[in-house]
Design a protein around this ligand. Structure first.
Ligand code: TXA
Ligand code: MG
Length: 346
């Protein structure tokens, strides 16, 4: 593969320049790749109806071919073009959560080739809320397949800078409209069977989905090491920094004491602590990162950015607090477990 010239479009997140959107949309229509912002993370976009364009996504990311892509749409009309399963659950969830951080899985239509769905006969669909994403899909006039815009295995990008790091010279365009407000990937809900299942936790919680559907919702992702997941992507180690990440779980005073002891032992390595505003001052090291306040959405928003900072700062081993009992604990802890090599319970 030769080096590709990557155009960077810096746009206003509320009012992007239509000329920039038109150029980016043309790249997509021509079968090329454009990374673009969504409210969750940045996506690496291509025409979802074009098998060769989807193949290009796998090549650029280094992604295994059995790991299907999410198809991004701009309207309910487009939903019924990509999905061949009229389902009241889809209508209700779309009504309540779209555009927003929710992906649903339905039987796919003929319009979507198997190259886009990793060989499956179902399709994952999401209508993003981010204005720039909506404008891009509308201007392209086709559904846009987009996985998170990171090289396979790395933390997902929450800033254009992360995409630029991973993809300059490998894709035709990158749209930059600032940081992603949510910072973790969308919740995935499988509607392709009669039981409703969450395949990946996210900003929209199981409770949110149950309340909306007024029925029992099941969990379809499992223990990281023993699972046989339904979302093929969930079987891979993910989001991991290059160094080691160790989670320390328990009563906060025990966690602080244990981490401070471990910091002493690990001399010679470049070590760090990941904590939150409420606890950060308790650690005896200069190398510490706060994810923000435990009582806000900062923990979720800053997680991937912080994991990438560990790489930039060449941290060999990072000790991280755990975050249970928050509204978004399920999503946060699922990512932290996948990014880490072990959990110490104290
Ligand atoms: O927030 C998001 O969802 C972001 C933004 C860019 O929209 N996208 C994203 O895509 O996270 P990706 O490719 O990194 O994760 C997609 C996940 C994978 O775990 C994949 O296996 C699963 O969705 N998936 C996609 N299609 C599926 C299908 N038909 N059945 C089961 N799982 C599917
Ligand atoms: Mg991803």
């Amino acid at each position: 593969m030769g080096i590709i010239e990557t155009q960077i479009f810096k746009v206003d997140y509320q009012n992007p320049n239509p000329k920039d959107i038109a150029i980016a949309a043309q790249i997509i229509k021509d079968g090329g790749l454009v990374a673009f912002p969504t409210e969750t993370v940045y996506g690496l976009g291509a025409d979802a109806t074009n098998p060769n364009a989807s193949k290009e996504i796998y090549r650029a990311k280094g992604r295994p071919g059995d790991n299907p892509l999410i198809v991004h749409i701009d309207s309910m009309d487009m939903l019924w073009k990509v999905a061949d399963q009229r389902d009241y659950r889809a209508e209700r969830l779309a009504d309540r959560f779209w555009g927003g951080p929710l992906t649903i899985i339905l039987k796919k239509s003929e319009l979507i080739p198997k190259e886009t769905t990793g060989g499956l006969d179902t399709v994952a669909v999401r209508m993003p809320g981010r204005i720039v994403a909506q404008r891009l899909i509308s201007a392209a006039g086709v559904p846009i397949a987009a996985p998170s815009a990171n090289i396979s295995g790395r933390p997902s990008p929450t800033m254009a800078k992360h995409v630029i790091e991973d993809f300059t010279g490998r894709i035709q365009g990158i749209i930059d409209d600032g940081p992603s407000p949510i910072g973790l990937e969308s919740t995935i809900v499988d509607l392709s069977e009669s039981e409703t299942r969450i395949l990946r936790p996210g900003y929209i919680t199981l409770q949110d989905v149950e309340d909306t559907l007024d029925e029992r919702v099941y969990i379809g992702y499992g223990n990281v090491s023993t699972e046989r997941p339904k979302a093929p992507g969930m079987k891979y180690k993910h989001y991991a920094p290059k160094g080691e990440l160790v989670l320390v779980k328990g009563d906060i005073s025990n966690v602080v004491r244990t981490i401070n002891e471990l910091l002493d032992i690990a001399k010679g390595k470049r070590e760090a602590v990941i904590s939150c505003d409420e606890n950060i001052s308790k650690y005896n090291t200069k190398n510490k990162y706060s994810l923000g306040s435990m009582f806000s959405e900062d923990i979720m928003r800053n997680l991937y950015r912080t994991l990438r900072l560990l790489d930039e700062d060449r941290v060999d081993i990072a000790y991280c607090e755990t975050f249970y009992n928050l509204k978004h604990s399920e999503a946060i802890m699922e990512r932290l477990k996948r990014a880490s090599s072990k959990i110490i319970e104290v």
